[in-house]
Design a protein. Structure first.
Length: 462
């Protein structure tokens, strides 16, 4: 049975405005944004802040880009909606083409949906259908990882291991999902272990889990190449995904990689898996695909899976009303064109190096900064109570959350950790600015994060 200690946010003394919306917190309505442009968010006539996380690593080219607006409006004038069961549009076809055309990875087809959670659910169904098509109904299990996040729908939440979001709904979740250890070296690699030995231990655990379930019963292993919100920009140790791919191949199990958060350039390569030396059978993408201009996420499907469906029933019966919505596809197409034309993936790498340098210089020596890690423009600062033992703060102290809140007060929006819960290690803030961010803005962001950290450190009574 899942459990964790729940620490509700303190109610605001008086609510600034009544809201009819069912917000995430019923006690603490969020601030209103009145204007968003470039890297800034306006909250009131006198308050503009830097958006250093683009929501949750969504805004990859900043807000209110004129080219994206023009493309979306033009699409609205031409075809604003058709049902994909009967029709396709140039916007959807071009978007699939700009992502997949001449890709060297055998990724053959794209399915566009409206959110990362839906993409993950669709990926689960595709993976299951892959086996169903050849009369292998005994394949019914998924294996995912602890401290992962794959979304909020029932399927995606079942794969996830984010306890605060899962626990109340446990009776509704899929029972054919099990979880192995995260590949999270800072917290879980043993002192006496080399990186190679750590990877071997994780590989052995995965192999053991497949054998425990019976490898012939497993559909897929699902993992984020760089774990996003739940552990804070955690890339796997070198060789981990190659070992995973090999074990999956040994048993004919599919590899589904979830790049909803770390994909589309964010990690410094267009797909994060490119840095791992493996190719997934199914890939989910999301946030950076549309950059926040319209709801869109996607599933990229390998030739191997497509062929099986084509040679079988020839169908993927997964229609949804807003699948491949023309406005979402047109705006995402404009975003992807800008990323390609302006060399933003390379910029993500160079700006990421600059950000890393600034973060290390400003924070590495601090008492409670345990680890600074990331790739591209996807960085996290992990806080620990004790640098020697790497022990996280007690959840009730909400260290990372308080740093995030203080930074917000000081004018910079960063993304909080998922909130530590008992028995789960890690407490971090996440920085994921647009790929278009400047050095001056990055300096300002780091300065504010350092100041916020210092205030929280001073006020933390241990
Ligand atoms: N997968 C990953 C890795 C994510 O980070 C997220 C969202 O944070 C999702 C899936 C779910 O995406 P969405 O919030 O768009 O449903």
């Amino acid at each position: 049975t899942l459990s964790y200690d729940f620490h509700p946010p303190a109610p605001k003394p008086e609510s600034p405005h009544h809201s009819f919306l069912l917000h995430r917190s019923l006690l603490l309505p969020p601030d209103t944004v009145t204007h968003a442009s470039g890297t800034t968010l306006t909250l009131s006539p006198t308050r503009t802040i830097i958006d250093a996380c683009g929501g949750a690593a969504v805004s990859c080219i900043g807000h209110a880009n004129d080219e994206v607006l023009a493309a979306t409006i033009a699409q609205m004038r031409s075809v604003s909606y058709v049902h994909t069961g009967a029709y396709t549009t140039a916007a959807a076809e071009s978007l699939a083409s700009i992502i997949l055309n001449k890709n060297p990875y055998d990724l053959e087809k794209a399915l566009f949906v409206s959110s990362g959670s839906e993409a993950v659910d669709a990926a689960m169904k595709l993976a299951r259908q892959y086996f169903f098509e050849t009369g292998r109904p005994e394949r019914r299990n998924f294996v995912a990882r602890k401290q992962s996040y794959h979304g909020n729908t029932i399927g995606a939440m079942s794969l996830s291991s984010n306890l605060p979001r899962k626990v109340p709904y446990e009776p509704l979740l899929l029972t054919n999902v099990s979880h192995v250890s995260p590949a999270y070296a800072y917290q879980y690699q043993l002192a006496e272990e080399s990186e190679e030995q750590y990877v071997a231990r994780l590989a052995e655990e995965l192999d053991g889990e497949f054998r425990r379930l019976g490898p012939e019963s497993v559909i897929a292993f699902v993992a984020e190449p760089i774990v996003g919100a739940t552990s804070g920009c955690v890339p796997a140790p070198a060789g981990y995904f190659r070992a995973v791919r090999e074990i999956c191949d040994r048993y004919g199990i599919l590899l589904v990689l979830d790049e909803v958060m770390c994909g589309m350039g964010r990690s410094g390569s267009y797909f994060a898996f490119e840095q791992e030396g493996v190719v997934p059978d199914i890939l989910t993408i999301g946030k950076g695909l549309g950059g926040g201009y319209a709801p869109i996420a996607g599933v990229l499907v390998s030739r191997k899976v497509v062929d099986r469906l084509r040679d079988g029933t020839g169908m993927f019966n997964h229609g949804q009303t807003y699948q491949a919505h023309p406005l979402s596809c047109a705006s995402a197409l404009a975003v992807q064109k800008i990323i390609k034309r302006d060399g933003l993936v390379a910029r993500c790498r160079s700006m990421g190096q600059f950000l890393e340098g600034e973060l290390r210089e400003a924070l590495e020596g601090r008492k409670h900064v345990g680890n600074i890690r990331g790739r591209g423009l996807f960085w996290a600062v992990e806080f620990v109570q004790n640098k020697e033992t790497k022990r996280s703060f007690e959840p009730r102290l909400e260290f990372g959350h308080r740093v995030q809140k203080k930074a917000f007060d000081l004018g910079v929006a960063i993304y909080p950790g998922a909130g530590t819960v008992d028995g789960v290690r890690g407490d971090h803030v996440l920085i994921a600015p647009p790929y278009t961010i400047t050095e001056t803005e990055l300096r300002k962001i780091v300065e504010v994060v350092r100041e916020a950290y210092d205030v929280v450190e001073r006020s933390t009574m241990l």
